[in-house]
Ligand binder design. Structure first.
Ligand SMILES: [Ca+2]
Ligand SMILES: [Ca+2]
Length: 351
């Protein structure tokens, strides 16, 4: 058995053709510059310092058993898979100028203090995940690495707060942020908040951290809502959406005027007889007059008991009924929801 202390120099052109399992090594630096068959080193379990620079080594699995290594230098080889190093409690690891992209095995080294990684084609998770984790897990660690390549830089997400909406006081308004995105495909979190609300309003945003939030305007005026999304790293710029709330009577008037336009454009064959369209428009005119006078109960009664009955067969039974004036379901489907919307708005003023 050979007992070796101090610096060992091996001829650069020499190959370690003999297994050296019987060398008793504790604190020497074994510097080998030449071709080396490192499987011959695997039994040197007491070795503390090992330097194998520029030896064209690509397989380091033989080092897995060298559990007492304190300092390991592998600069200038062709190492790509470093999973074998995860089992070594090495404190100083020199890996400059190899072919390493995946460095997650290094997270398993419990007490690493110096890590040299320059000149390796590190992948994006190395920069974005593993180097930050190594720094967090090993306070004071020194890591040397190349600058992050542009393709690994996080792109900020983009918020889309949805389209502006014109609604009535008392409506439940959906705020839809589903058009937001992240250029890197990162998962998003959402944050909705008010930029401004009408003076005196007590409105709140429900589900303010969901992709879809809700708002119920309680006063007439503009509600400017801001959406910021976050990709786990950075916030987006805010995007705003304006919810303009009008009074229910104004909204009912707009809705019924629009219903009159729709009815005026229905084909004659879709109506009970050639006067039905005009008669229905006249009934709505009467209703509009009642709303303008503030006679909401009368207007509501007219809508519920007269106008609605002329347009509701398809919704109630799937086919026009005998008192319907609009005889095609596809045309009823254009008018009926406008009538029910006007009814709903007037109910807010009556109740
Ligand atoms: Ca991103
Ligand atoms: Ca009917």
């Amino acid at each position: 058995m050979a007992k070796v202390q101090g610096q060992v120099e091996i001829d650069p052109h020499c190959s370690l053709s003999q297994p050296i399992t019987s060398i008793w090594v504790t604190t020497i630096h074994l510097e080998v510059n030449g071709t080396v068959v490192i499987s011959h080193l695997s039994a040197m379990t007491n070795l503390r310092h090992l330097g194998l620079a520029r030896n064209n080594i690509n397989d380091v699995s033989a080092l897995a058993g060298m559990t007492n290594l304190f300092k390991l230098r592998l600069n200038g080889n062709n190492v790509s898979d470093i999973s074998a190093l995860a089992t070594i409690d090495v404190r100083s690891l020199h890996l400059h100028n190899n072919n390493i992209s995946e460095i997650s095995p290094l997270l398993h080294i419990p007490n690493i203090g110096i890590l040299l990684l320059r000149g390796n084609p590190l992948n994006c998770p190395a920069y974005n995940t593993y180097i930050p984790e190594l720094e967090a897990n090993n306070p004071g660690i020194y890591i040397s690495y190349d600058p992050m390549p542009p393709e690994c830089m996080n792109q900020p997400p983009v918020a889309h707060a949805g389209e502006d909406q014109r609604v009535a006081v008392g409506d439940i308004v959906c705020l839809d942020g589903s058009g937001s995105y992240d250029p890197d495909g990162d998962a998003l979190t959402y944050s909705w908040s008010f930029d401004s609300i009408p003076p005196g309003s007590g409105a709140i945003i429900a589900q303010p951290t969901e992709v879809q939030a809700f708002l119920m305007p309680d006063l007439v005026g503009d509600y400017v809502v801001s959406l910021v999304v976050n990709d786990g790293t950075v916030d987006s710029d805010p995007d705003t959406v304006t919810i303009a709330a009008i009074s229910p009577d104004e909204a009912a008037i707009e809705t019924l005027i629009y219903a009159q336009e729709v009815i005026s454009e229905l084909p004659e064959g879709s109506l009970k007889n050639k006067n039905s369209g005009k008669a229905l428009i006249n009934k709505i005119d009467a209703t509009l007059g009642m709303i303008a006078e503030g006679s909401y109960e009368d207007a509501l009664s007219k809508l519920e008991h007269d106008i609605l009955k002329k347009t509701d067969g398809c919704d109630e039974t799937g086919a026009p009924d005998k008192n319907d004036w609009i005889l095609m379901c596809e045309d009823q489907a254009d008018v009926y929801p406008l009538v029910t919307r006007a009814i709903e708005l007037l109910q807010r003023l009556v109740n």
